[in-house]
Design a protein around this ligand. Structure first.
Ligand code: COA
Ligand code: AMP
Length: 630
């Protein structure tokens, strides 16, 4: 069937389409219908089915003869080790951890935070939690204690599972002090922590509160899979929004399984048994969907890669892993390819490996610039597919579905909407804008299975953030346009979210941190274009009247504060001190105008600016920082 047939079938009869897709999942009780729209505009899928995620990702493959197939390959250049775990081993290890958690009182609906680096135990922990109907919330290792504390207070976990350390190329990140700090700051206190001790930095344990990963489960009885309702939450994943408080995106069990399983063949073009590799991190949505759940549910082998595109040990690492483990589909972020290209522009290292196993490459997380796509295509000689998605949707809204049909590639476009995503480009008045014209990208409700049904503990915020702007639609927060063939072009965010090295960050959260510096009266953070990371945050600080401290010292303190409060992942290094911020007469800071000046882009002088001369001051400050870059 062609893409157009499949897309249109889904549009004309979504019930039939998704019920058929649901047959690929093993249910304890088949749902009676797909869409539950009784509480519209809140929608759910497969709510009256009974199913277990872990059973579908692990046990059923063992029962169906895949027990000896490798489920997880942990390839860790930073520890110089490779470990392979079969589906049978995985079942044993997951069931045992589930049993130990259950014996300690973790049950259906209880939350468990997972704060771990790229080790297979992170996936084992995720699977063990959903096996007993509990709800995980994985927190990315590059976040600092304060960010972890915010998530602890919102998710109120009964337990936290962590590792003693993560290993970055230049340093060992000790997780335990960060974890202890977070629990100290948080008002909610989990009942206990489970710590995976790693040799590179062993954690100091608090007797009776911190339990050793191995000892804790040594004598536990393996736990069976607990069937849960299709609308039972499998996980909560926090993501950045406009304000400092992260949004807890909820993922329901049934739709998650059905949708992710569908994508593996139709979008990623892999069959069960093939090796699939998403070089992301379990802390991000890509890691949830395509390191852990989708490949395992579909019976693939997944790779947990603990390394970086460059420097572990060189820019040939990706090619070594693909060749050594026979990767069929590879997924990464454009920034990772830019990092490789910078070190090995002619692809000398590519030539050292046999990449004949590789069928296709997928890019997401930020706009894939045409140069990067062309470079990768030339080097790898396979299709390089840009696809667009968000934490909220959990999988791609737009893609080139190679397993269905290879559509023509248009550089700069992540291609066309996937089944169930009815994508519209709307003007401020909510009306559709003409083809080729920029507007807000909105998706007609209901979103397909697997997308967020709401935010954890924040129904009102779900409405105001996503549903209020265009009634009947989900507002993506991205702006872009459609061409005459229906291809989408994603151009910018419409909110205060920036994208740094494929990591989604909130400038609002950064401003809250800077405003906490005792000398800062007012501030703004914008995203400026960066050749490697796509965007980098830049801070503008206005100091309290009478402050005569050295500006360089204040900036260094702000950089350190950001690292301490948000974490190294914020990559906040550039800031300048100015007398005042450009604002509209109503007091709104003109961040988009400042970003345009920094990028050397054209901009319309806002009619409502209260004092035009201030833009000249911004220009001078940026020039001193070397912006716009040539
Ligand atoms: N735990 C602790 N610290 C982490 C971390 C983690 N899991 N991940 C990143 N950090 C730290 C880094 O060590 C770095 O710290 P530093 O300031 O001390 O150097 C900081 O956070 C910024 O990291 P990053 O933005 O990754 O920059 P980098 O210069 O180390 O690496 C790239 C640049 C391009 C190689 C890297 O960003 C990359 O691989 N990006 C791909 C991103 C990706 O896959 N995103 C997923 C979306 S699909
Ligand atoms: P996250 O929730 O971290 O996955 O970030 C989602 C955001 O990243 C989207 O809303 C976009 O702004 C951006 N993004 C992701 N993929 C793409 C893409 N292929 N092209 C353009 N922007 C993208």
């Amino acid at each position: 069937m062609t893409y157009a047939n499949v897309y249109n079938n889904c549009k004309s009869d979504p019930e039939a389409f998704w019920m058929q897709a649901a047959e690929a999942i093993t249910w304890d009780r088949m749902p009676t219908k797909a869409l539950f729209d009784e509480a519209a505009p809140l929608y759910e899928w497969f709510s009256d089915g009974l199913v277990n995620t872990c059973y579908n990702a692990v046990d059923r493959h063992v029962e169906n003869g895949r027990g000896d197939q490798v489920a997880i390959i942990h390839d860790s250049p930073v520890t110089d080790s490779i470990e392979k775990i079969t589906y049978s081993d995985l079942q044993t290890r997951v069931a045992k951890l589930s049993g130990a958690l259950a014996e300690r009182g973790i049950g259906k609906g209880d939350r468990v935070i997972i704060y771990m680096p790229m080790v297979p135990e992170a996936l084992i922990a995720m699977l063990a939690v959903v096996r007993i109907g509990a709800v995980h919330s994985v927190v990315f290792g590059g976040f600092a204690a304060a960010e972890l504390a915010v998530r602890i207070d919102d998710a109120t976990p009964k337990a936290i599972i962590a590792a003693s350390c993560g290993i970055e190329p230049a340093r060992v990140v000790e997780y335990k002090p960060l974890l202890d700090g977070a629990i100290e700051i948080a008002s909610h206190k989990p009942d206990f922590c489970v710590i995976l001790q790693r040799d590179r930095a062993r954690a100091e344990m608090v007797d009776g509160y911190d339990l050793d990963w191995h000892e804790f489960q040594q004598d536990a009885e393996p736990a069976p899979c607990l069937p849960v309702e299709g609308n039972h939450p499998a996980y909560i994943l926090y993501t950045s929004g406009t304000t400092g408080a992260p949004k807890g995106v909820v993922r329901h069990t049934g739709g998650h399984l059905v949708a992710l399983n569908w994508t593996m063949k139709n979008i990623y073009n892999v069959d069960p048994g093939d090796v699939f590799w998403a070089a992301s991190d379990v802390g991000w949505v890509v890691g949830h969907s395509y390191i852990c759940y989708a490949p395992l549910v579909h019976g693939n082998t997944t790779i947990v890669f603990e390394g970086k595109p460059v420097g572990t040990p060189d820019a040939g690492t990706f090619w070594r892993v693909i060749s050594e483990h026979k990767v069929r589909s590879f997924f990464t972020a454009p920034t990772a390819f830019r990092a490789v290209k910078r070190e090995d522009p002619k692809g000398d290292l590519v030539k050292e490996y046999d990449l004949s196993c590789l069928g296709q490459v997928y890019l997401a997380g930020e706009r894939a610039d045409p140069d990067t796509i062309l470079w990768a295509e030339t080097m790898l000689k396979v299709p390089v597919i840009d696809h667009w998605w968000q934490t909220e949707t959990g999988y791609s809204i737009a893609a080139n579905p190679l397993g269905l049909e290879r559509l023509p590639v248009k550089l700069g476009s992540p291609a066309v909407p996937m089944p169930g995503f009815d994508v519209h480009i709307l003007g401020d008045d909510g009306a559709e804008v003409p083809v080729g014209e920029l507007g807000a990208i909105a998706i007609k409700l209901p979103l397909p299975p697997g997308c967020l049904p709401g935010l954890w503990n924040a129904e009102e915020r779900y409405f105001s953030s996503y549903l209020a702007a265009f009634p009947g639609y989900y507002e993506t927060g991205d702006a872009g346009y459609k061409d005459e063939d229906g291809y989408l072009y994603i151009m910018a965010r419409t909110d205060d979210v920036i994208n740094v090295a494929g990591h989604r960050l909130s400038t609002g959260a950064m401003e809250e941190v800077l405003a906490g510096h005792p000398d800062v009266a007012e501030c703004a953070v914008i995203g400026v274009a960066d050749k490697l990371k796509g965007q980098m945050p830049m801070g503008f600080l206005c100091l309290n009247a009478g402050c005569d401290r050295d500006h360089d010292v204040i900036i260094a303190e702000c950089v350190a504060l950001m690292r301490d409060k948000i974490g190294p992942v914020a990559a906040f290094r550039i800031a300048t001190i100015i007398d005042r911020l450009p604002k509209t007469r109503s007091g709104k800071i003109l961040r988009a105008t400042m970003a345009a000046i920094a990028d050397g882009a054209d901009f319309k002088t806002p009619a409502t600016i209260d004092d035009l001369s201030i833009l000249g001051e911004i220009e001078t400050a940026l020039e001193q920082l070397g912006y716009p870059k040539g």
